[in-house]
Ligand binder design. Structure first.
Ligand code: GLU
Length: 457
């Protein structure tokens, strides 16, 4: 059977690095198993889901290097869920409930004061036909609950019922169905909650592995029961730990914190995001991988820790710098062209400046300095100015070879007696206007004799 995974966000916001972790776990798992990747939008909540968010999620996935085999929208598949509802009703495992949220709240409180677990007590199963008729004539519409198989013959007497699975990430897992409320599958207004459409789609789309955050562990107990009620074999489940901020808070799509979009706008490279999103909170060392194929080689769901993984954005900047410092020109070329960095000098320029960049786009600043001169005229003392004039007069004639910087500064040292910082800092300031930056030995050939002399103070 072809390994088939899915990434199933609700399109209710931009995805963040934690969502990217789930998407990448699935993508890399598919990559390592020659599998298929389904992009599924869980958009049954039509009031909060938008096509714009769905499109932005696809854009972010492409940016990360994830290209789904198919894209599905749950909002277009309601008839399939309706058919499943009919099957569950026929099997008498879906029942109508008429309580209002306030009534449920009150019942939970009563149960708590009696020392009972605050789960739904299945009171709807005890309604008489007259009571149901009364609710209906009052205009109350039912919501529908799935009767969890946690009893022998009387649903009002639930018993400990363990659901077991061997989790791809967490190993042996157990959920006791008696500790849970029968989940509501359909709301009063006929719209679906997440649980049933997810299971129906996993069956219909041939999903073999469900890899998602560990906030879904309890859902899995319920969903396995639902797979069984629909006479399907449950897929393999894997629940990875969630990412939190450095201060331990969860990430939220709604707040936009650490969204993939904001990281992209900050100039973070996709492979810096992907490397950290996948390797943080695992037994692997966090390091930048050049591409997803290599990241896949370091990906092992079983190596993921069970506790939450703290995510430090500063680490992202460190990884980003490493990627840029090692990025070959062939990879940077097209993006540099877009930024106006092109021509014969573009490659030596890139190799000269990349080691000093935090972001690829920062190359533009150096391209401008080399092409047009320092942004601000450097502040020089009278003494340094005299020194520089003498130094520039010693600039070797062209053609230059690879040792021109060494030759020039050798001559300057000899003529002026200056050395070390006293020699190099005024030269750096005159040539670039900046107190630090790429090696002057690499910049000088890019300036050429004419460009260098144009900077003589
Ligand atoms: N829409 C659900 C979520 O974003 C999907 C969970 C799942 O993968 O089943 O949490």
């Amino acid at each position: 059977m072809t390994v088939t995974v899915r990434f199933a966000p609700s399109p209710t916001g931009r995805i963040h690095i934690g969502n990217a972790r789930t998407a990448l776990f699935n993508w890399l798992f598919a990559l390592n198993n020659k599998g298929r990747f389904i992009q599924r939008f869980d958009d049954t909540d039509i009031s909060r889901s938008t096509q714009e968010f769905a499109d932005s999620i696809l854009y972010d996935l492409h940016w990360l290097g994830i290209f789904p085999d198919v894209t599905e929208y749950q909002s277009r598949r309601v008839e399939i869920y309706d058919a499943a509802v009919e099957r569950l009703k026929a099997a008498r495992v879906l029942y109508a409930c008429y309580e209002t949220p306030e009534e449920l709240d009150l019942r939970r409180k009563v149960r708590r004061t009696r020392g009972l677990p605050p789960v739904y007590g299945r009171e709807a199963l005890t309604l008489t036909p007259e009571q149901v008729a009364e609710y209906r004539s009052d205009g109350r519409k039912p919501h529908w609950r799935f009767l969890l198989p946690n009893f022998t013959s009387d649903p009002l007497q639930p018993e400990r019922t363990e659901i077991h699975w061997n989790d791809l990430v967490r190993g042996e897992e157990t959920v006791d169905l008696a500790s849970l409320s029968d989940p509501v599958l359909l709301r009063e207004d006929g719209t679906y909650l997440y649980t049933l459409p997810s299971v129906v789609d996993d069956i219909e789309m041939g999903v073999t592995h469900v890899i998602r955050g560990d906030d879904h562990v309890t859902n899995t107990g319920v969903q396995i029961a639902l797979f069984q009620a629909l006479e399907a074999v449950p897929p393999v489940f894997g629940h990875h730990n969630l990412l939190t901020t450095a201060s331990g808070e969860g990430l939220s799509k709604r707040t936009g914190a650490l969204s993939i979009e904001s990281l992209r706008e900050d100039g973070i490279e996709p492979m810096a995001v992907a490397s950290l999103a996948v390797l943080v909170g695992t037994s692997e060392n966090v390091a930048t991988m050049p591409d997803l194929a290599e990241l896949a080689e370091h990906f092992d769901p079983a190596a993921t820790s069970k506790s939450a993984a703290k995510f430090d954005p500063d680490e992202l900047f460190v990884l980003n710098r490493t990627l840029i410092h090692n990025m070959p020109y062939s990879e940077a070329r097209d993006r540099l062209i877009v930024l106006g960095v092109s021509g014969d000098k573009a490659e030596p320029f890139w190799l000269a400046v990349r080691g000093n960049l935090d972001r690829l786009a920062d190359a533009v600043q150096w391209w401008r300095i080399l092409g047009e001169g320092p942004e601000e005229p450097p502040e020089l003392t009278g003494e340094d100015r005299d020194f520089l004039r003498e130094a520039f007069d010693l600039l070797p004639e062209e053609p230059w070879n690879g040792t021109v910087w060494k030759d020039w500064t050798g001559k300057i040292r000899e003529a002026t007696g200056r050395k070390g910082k006293a020699l190099f800092m005024p030269l750096r300031l005159a040539l670039t206007g900046q107190p630090s930056g790429p090696e002057l030995a690499d910049l000088l050939p890019l300036l050429g004799r004419e460009g260098t002399l144009a900077r003589r103070p």
